[in-house]
Design a protein around this ligand. Sequence first.
Ligand code: F6R
Length: 260
Amino acid sequence: MEVVIKRDYDQMSKAAAQLVVDVLNTKPNAVLGMATGSTPLGLYQELVRLYKAGHVDFSRVTTFNLDEYVGLPANHPQSYHYFMREHFFQHVNIPQHNINIPSGTTSNYPAFCQWYEGRIAECGGIDLQILGIGSDGHIAFNEPGSSLSSRTRLKTLSKQTIDDNARFFERRESVPVYAITMGVGTILDARRLVLVASGKTKAKAIAHAVEGPVTSMVTASAIQLHRDATVIVDGEAAAGLTMREYYEFIYAAKPAAPRA
Ligand code: F6R
């Protein structure tokens, strides 16, 4: 795992965006796994900026989002469909039919989850999966206790996640209790992972995920099992890392082009 510590949120976002651009430069028809939440907003803004400046083209890209709240229609302002459209999709040239987001309103969740997994496979698998991390250590909505080999399924959100996400809703009671989410196993199947985290509220989760034991109690720790994972954090999110100096030393000594 590569750990990259950037000065601030802006630098973290730019580094993550560059990684996406690098993947698209090598494979213009790459399949991207998308995350929502406040952390990747800067990354999407930077990708939009690069697109508008003509530095990146998304016309052959396919996307799969990690998750969606159950019960929120696509036009609900807190749905992840809405989030992605507002912050990314409406600003770039990804063909509409190449955009895949779990349905929050299907009448048959098990069938939908199976279909979603099949669709990812049909598209050749995910080349680069973007991830955030919850303060309880979750990736996507794989809450503590989720199997590390789980696949796309319905999941009950933890109290911590409901509390954390209440800031986006008018009332805590409006936060959906269920989500449809890619599993940890689905995420680990991606050819490359990039996890972004910013701020001191993420320091503990990052320390557990990067340096703690691999455990279903911190599902982000499963990325330690992945052969090509990059964690990009700002200084505050890196605060709990005991090997911080070493990560900085490795990054400073890294040759410009090839990755280790
Ligand atoms: C959302 C997702 C979640 C978030 C996590 C952090 O698609 O996958 O795991 O990444 O809850 O959210 P923020 O960035 O809002 O702190």
